[in-house]
Structures are given as structure tokens and as C-alpha cells.
Unconditional design. Structure first.
Length: 227
């Protein structure tokens, strides 16, 4: 259980692209959430802005619970190496959780191989939390860069963005020569969005709050402008 959970965290957070681990906890939560929204809301309704952040936090919470359950099984198997002995499985999960969050609330002393279980639990907690903080910062950075490009397009092309409106705006201002730079910067923005969203597909579900149009509408406007 611990091995599969750590592998799922590593494949989801560190390895670019969609996770190929057997658990795929984050992907399953996304599919379950979308399935629930499809039945709870009318067809065609927009995904709530809190959907992606909620699934992201729930994924890391689920990973921590799985780790606590896995290490609880180890503690239960080595209950005789604790002083006093761990009597029940629920107490084993509590001891494992205490070691996992490195707060030391348990009143049992580990001896022999049980010490290594406690050390491994603390190390796994530090590793997962470090990856969680790093991943959150990376997500916020990627979303900021994506939404910055959206705002640059919508300020000139309207909201939702329109290639015809952008052409008319630049023509009325006498800035038709600057359209080439718009396409060059749009190409760079498309490459950045492709790289970030292909590496971490979870970014697709984060909505852009500063504008009514999302990144697919901005991409469509740039393609229309190029045509």
C-alpha cells in the first residue's frame, strides 16, 4: 500500500504527462467529480471554479490517508516490538499517523524493526509534503502565465475574444504592423500552455477567474487570427 501510494505521488507530481501508476488517485477523483457534477447540474453548465483546487487538495489528503493506513498495517504486524504493545488496529493507525506527521503523540516506544517503520513514516511525510508545496507553486505559476496571455488578448479582442474584433481594433488604431508581433507572442503563449498542460493535465480544469473566456477560447481566437 505504501509503495503504490508513493509511486502514484511520484508519477503524478514529478513525472511529466498523465500518471501511469496503478492507483491514479487524482485522475479517479477528477472523473468522479465530473460524473457527480454532470448529474447534479444541468447539462452544459460550467465547471465550478473551486472544482480543480478542491480535487487537488483532496488528492494530497487521500495520499496521506493511504500512507497512514499502509503504515498502520506495518505497525499492527510489528505490534510486539512496541512498549507497551499496540492492542488494536485503530491504535496501530494512530501510532502510524503520529509518526507520519512527526508530532510524536503516541505513548508507545518502538524497538527493533518498529523503529525503522516510524522513521520511514516520518520520511515519507516530509517527502510528500515537500512535493505538495512544490506542485502547488508550479500550478500557480503555470496558471498565472496562462491567464496573463489570456488578458493580453482579450483586452484588444473583447471578451470572449474574437479575431475579427482584434483586427478591427488594430486597424482603427493604425497599428496593423503590430499584428505580426501579436502572432509571435501568441505562438510563444501557445507553446507555453501546451508544455505546461501536457506535463500536468490537471491544469486543464483550473478556470481563469479574471476573464469570462477561458484558454480554449483564446487559443481559438489566435488560430482564427492566423487564418
Amino acid at each position: 500500500m505504501v509503495w503504490f501510494t508513493l509511486r502514484d505521488v511520484f508519477d503524478t507530481v514529478v513525472v511529466p504527462g498523465e500518471s501511469r501508476a496503478s492507483l491514479r488517485l487524482a485522475s479517479r477523483m477528477v472523473f468522479a467529480g465530473l460524473f457527480g457534477l454532470r448529474h447534479a447540474r444541468r447539462r452544459g453548465a460550467a465547471i465550478p471554479a473551486a472544482f480543480a483546487p478542491f480535487v487537488l487538495v483532496a488528492s494530497f489528503t487521500g495520499w496521506m490517508l493511504l500512507l497512514m493506513f499502509g503504515f498502520g498495517l506495518m505497525v499492527a504486524a510489528l505490534s510486539g516490538w512496541y512498549r507497551p504493545a499496540v492492542p488494536t488496529f485503530s491504535q496501530s493507525v494512530f501510532v502510524a499517523g503520529s509518526s507520519l506527521v512527526t508530532v510524536g503523540l503516541s505513548e508507545t516506544d518502538a524497538t527493533g524493526p518498529a523503529r525503522w517503520v516510524n522513521i520511514a513514516a516520518g520520511f515519507c511525510d516530509l517527502s510528500v509534503m515537500t512535493m505538495a508545496v512544490t506542485y502547488l507553486l508550479q500550478v500557480q505559476t503555470s496558471i498565472g502565465r496562462r491567464d496573463s496571455g489570456i488578458l493580453k488578448i482579450t483586452t484588444a479582442s473583447g471578451d470572449p475574444p474574437s479575431a475579427v474584433a482584434l483586427l478591427e481594433r488594430y486597424a482603427s488604431l493604425g497599428c496593423k504592423d503590430e499584428l505580426e508581433q501579436v502572432l509571435v507572442k501568441g505562438r510563444d503563449w501557445c507553446a507555453e500552455v501546451l508544455q505546461s498542460h501536457a506535463s500536468h493535465p490537471f491544469l486543464i480544469y483550473f478556470r481563469s477567474l479574471e476573464t469570462g473566456a477561458g484558454w480554449p477560447a483564446t487559443l481559438a481566437a489566435l488560430l482564427d487570427l492566423a487564418a
